[in-house]
Design a protein around this ligand. Structure first.
Ligand code: PBG
Length: 352
């Protein structure tokens, strides 16, 4: 980065100027452009979210995520989707589940018969260890109040309890590890969640199971379609006492460092598109820490809606968005575009 700060005057007097220098030479053909491209997308950097629901008989289309479905946990169709992704070079998956019954505690989240646990076991039995299976660790999809932790009446109003919630995250993580998850991905934004999960996994003997932490997860309006899918919108209040304030950039570095100290293997910034500065800040601050970015449901739906109007080219904008996220510094991208993007890359139909 230092070199770019050399004063322009020095460069110019050394001959770095028009007409000797013509920047357009490096943009002449697609081949030349690819040769000097600073960012390259590869399907193996994509993580495809998967949704499973207890009690479903057949895959159910999701109105908030066009092209995506909720699957019965032990279904052919789910295995076929994963196989197709693997064929296209997408190797990692992030599983979300909906139980048949929600409760205050959300105990289905750590049941060995929970939807995610059963789905992971089933896919593992069918496809072995080829897919990298990650599982979301949270309570909001499993609790009747829809919060990521346990609410409690206090003189200050209803607060979301921290330390009880991370205890539950530990139990959820162990049950997901038992089912065969490679990584658990805590998304509740409770303090100390990574440390609690690391201890729980280690005590249960799962030292090889990794943690991808939603370290800098913002209180965002872009999660709307996802909450519709999961029926996980909070029944009262909002998530602003635990998710980050969109006005903060440097606080993300603090969250990431805390998670790294607690034992996170991969950290995450979420959402991605309105938070490219945060991705860049985190990557520059801690370059050695693998960084994922979550290209969330609202971002996906915005592009689908725009394309439906016929006024933007879907594939061009999709690859431009994914490239921007990678260019900002993300090593991996969780995206609902994973398969479409992998297909576009395979067919060579890129806009670059
Ligand atoms: C659960 C969770 C959320 C998302 C992933 N895990 C939603 C939320 O915090 O309300 C959002 C994903 C998306 O919008 O694509 N804590």
């Amino acid at each position: 980065q230092r070199g770019s700060e050399a004063p322009l005057r020095e460069l110019t007097s050394a001959g770095f100027s028009f007409p000797r220098v013509r920047a357009r030479r490096l943009r002449l053909h697609p081949g030349v452009r690819s040769l000097v491209a600073e960012t390259r997308l590869d399907p193996s950097m994509f993580i495809l979210p998967l949704f499973v629901e207890d009690g479903l008989k057949t895959p159910k289309p999701l109105r908030g995520l066009p092209g995506h479905f909720k699957y019965p946990p032990e279904s052919r169709e789910l295995v076929e989707l994963v196989s197709r992704a693997l064929y296209l070079g997408v190797r990692s998956f992030l599983v979300f589940g909906t139980p048949s019954m929600k409760s205050f505690e959300g105990a289905e989240a750590w049941s060995p018969r929970g939807p995610v646990q059963r789905a992971i076991k089933f896919v593992r039995a069918e496809l072995g260890w080829r897919p990298v299976i990650m599982a979301d660790v949270c309570l909001c999809g499993y609790t009747d109040h829809g919060h990521c932790g346990y609410p409690r009446e206090t003189p200050r109003g209803v607060l979301i309890e921290n330390d009880k919630s991370i205890e539950a995250y530990g139990k959820i993580s162990v049950s997901l590890a038992e089912a065969g998850a490679d990584f658990v991905a805590p998304s509740g934004m409770m303090d100390g969640q990574v440390a609690a999960i690391r201890s729980a996994l280690d005590n249960a003997g799962y030292t090889e199971v990794g943690i991808m932490s939603y370290s800098a997860k913002y209180a965002s309006g872009f999660y709307g379609p996802f909450r519709d899918v999961m029926d996980s919108a909070p029944r009262f209040g909002d998530r602003r006492s635990y998710q980050m304030d969109p006005r903060n950039r440097f606080e993300a570095v603090k969250e990431v460092l805390l998670d790294a100290a607690e034992g996170a293997d991969i950290v995450m910034v979420k959402p991605a598109l309105s938070y490219l500065d945060v991705i860049s800040e985190v990557k520059r601050s801690v370059p050695w820490l693998p960084l994922a970015a979550y290209n969330v449901s609202g971002e996906y739906l915005m592009l689908k809606a725009a394309a439906e109007k016929g006024l933007v080219d879907y594939e061009t904008v999709m690859l431009e968005i994914l490239t921007s996220i990678a260019r900002a510094g993300a090593d991996a991208v969780i995206t609902y575009h994973a398969l479409e993007a992998a297909e576009a890359l395979k067919s060579g139909k890129t806009p670059f």
